[in-house]
Design a protein around this ligand. Structure first.
Ligand code: NAI
Length: 458
């Protein structure tokens, strides 16, 4: 099929490359000319495993093309996807202006047989609203707007797209439903469930699914806090819960609070939808506040570990909101690092992929290419992102580089025995304190000790 995708970000680019790989002819259009130029020269603006090869392969065989302009180049498309951003507004609802602009831009150029498909995550009723908008612009009632929400995760976007748990096709008319069923026929043949429903159901499925997953994260974070109080181990508790097939293991690892481009904004939007329809989503409303508070509390915990933070040095390992992505949107680091700096701490950081994005958002941080160099003379190291590389840290090298002895692992990547065996004080999440604090600080290490030494006359 001939497919156009408006927006070449994480979702648009992945969708375009994957649909091309399935044999469709895809044109991806983005208003950001620099982004399109970079993609054409095979330098992807986002880091996503396997995506670069997929884009290059499909560019080479002319199934995938890119442009920054919308015009007659879309008039033979059977499906025109809108995959532009839908950021949060101040009131928590989403800003639909990018979707609206994209719809206005495509409307005059749509072919008679084309259907518009909203891939962006949008609030309930958007497909109908966009259809009315396009009908007004074109004066043509035949045009159809469908909803096909995307469930891929950054970091495994290609795999998720190619091996989906399900495909949701929201269509209020037969024409667009038939086209979308044809587009995804290869998946249906492989046994992937294809749910055909209305546009408003599809829109709510996406939000309800993300809100539920975010609730799982919020829940296990609270269980982790309980485990700390009760001297239990959240790793064992979550394993025992996850083995129940009704619960499942996914999203049951405690951490520094969810972030990223989806969960924070989608939970806020879900809550806003509830308020709009007079059906408050109180579980999700509470979760939103708790999740933000968690990030602040974890920053306070670092400051507590430092004792006297003024003049201290902390190394952050991992700033991306999760592993295998360079995405910094609503990452925990953005809440935690400014609090440390405000308290007078010098912050150094390392991230295998997010340095470029993160350094613009956290300009007062000193960046390093190597985690050991970043840890030089640090009082505390804080693991914020679950990069595999950090599981395999050379702890002797790390301990040797530090002037303090505190390793704070907000992803539970390491084991207490290993860390403590290297003379470090280990703080993790939801695990018994007795395991975590087993050795006194090194003589003369830690910020309080250093300040005392500096202040005493020689
Ligand atoms: P993004 O910000 O990475 O990409 C959006 C792209 O759209 C940008 O490159 C921007 O230049 C382009 N754009 C904006 N207005 C345009 C216009 N009028 N014409 C052409 N291009 C335009 O956003 P991302 O992450 O790809 O998300 C897109 C949508 O998909 C959002 O609604 C998001 O909630 C949803 N989503 C995102 C997922 C993710 O993991 N990032 C997963 C599932 C859904």
């Amino acid at each position: 099929m001939k497919v156009v995708i408006i927006g070449a970000g994480y979702v648009g680019l992945t969708t375009g490359a994957c649909l091309a790989e399935l044999g469709h002819h895809v044109l991806c259009i983005d208003i950001d000319e620099a982004r399109i130029a970079a993609i054409k020269s095979r330098k992807l603006p986002v880091y996503e495993p396997d995506l670069e090869n997929l884009v290059a392969r499909n560019l080479d065989c002319n199934r995938l093309a890119f442009s920054h302009a919308i015009g007659s180049n879309i008039s033979d498309a059977e499906l025109v996807f809108l995959a532009v951003g839908t950021p949060s507004r101040a009131d928590g609802d989403i800003d639909l202006s990018y979707v609206e602009t994209a719809a206005r831009n495509v409307a005059p150029h749509l072919g008679e047989q084309a259907a518009v498909v909203i891939k962006s995550t949008v609030t309930a009723g958007t497909a109908k609203y966009i259809r009315d908008l396009i009908v007004r612009i074109r004066g043509d009632r035949a045009i159809d707007v469908a909803s096909n929400p995307e469930f891929l995760r950054e970091g495994s976007a290609v795999r998720d797209f190619m091996k989906p748990d399900r495909i949701v096709i929201g269509a209020d008319r037969n024409a667009s439903q038939v086209k979308l069923v044809e587009l995804y026929a290869a998946f249906e043949r492989r046994g992937v469930p294809v749910l055909k429903t209305t546009t408003i159901n599809a829109e709510l499925i996406k939000y309800a699914a993300n809100a539920f997953l975010a609730l799982k994260i919020g829940f296990i974070n609270q269980v982790a806090d309980l485990c700390e109080g009760a001297e239990a181990d959240v790793v064992a508790v979550s394993e025992g819960m996850g083995l129940d097939s009704r619960i499942g293991r996914a999203f049951l690892s405690p951490g520094p609070g969810y972030g990223g481009s989806c969960f924070p904004k989608d939970t806020r939007a879900f809550a806003a939808i509830g308020r709009r329809y007079g059906q408050p989503q109180s579980l999700v409303e509470t979760l939103i506040g708790d999740n933000e508070l968690r990030k602040t509390n974890l920053a306070d915990r670092i400051l507590e570990e430092l004792g006297n933070p003024e003049g201290g040095r902390v190394t952050i390992l991992g700033t991306a909101f999760k592993a295998n992505t360079d995405d910094m949107r609503e990452a925990a680091a953005l809440a935690i690092v400014p609090k440390l700096i405000e308290a007078g701490v010098e912050v150094r950081a390392h991230d295998p992929k997010a340095r470029f994005q993160a350094s613009r958002l956290l300009p007062d941080v000193l960046w390093y290419d190597c985690p050991y160099e970043a840890s030089d003379a640090s009082d505390a190291i804080v693991i914020l992102t679950e990069w595999e590389d950090y599981r395999r840290l050379d702890l002797s090298r790390l301990a040797g580089a530090m002037r303090g002895d505190c390793l704070i692992d907000y992803r539970n990547l390491l084991t207490s025995d290993d860390v403590v065996a290297h003379g470090l004080h280990y703080v993790s999440i939801g695990r018994p304190k007795a395991l975590a604090r087993t050795r006194p600080r090194k003589q003369g290490s830690g910020v309080s000790a250093r300040i005392k030494i500096a202040a005493s006359p020689s």
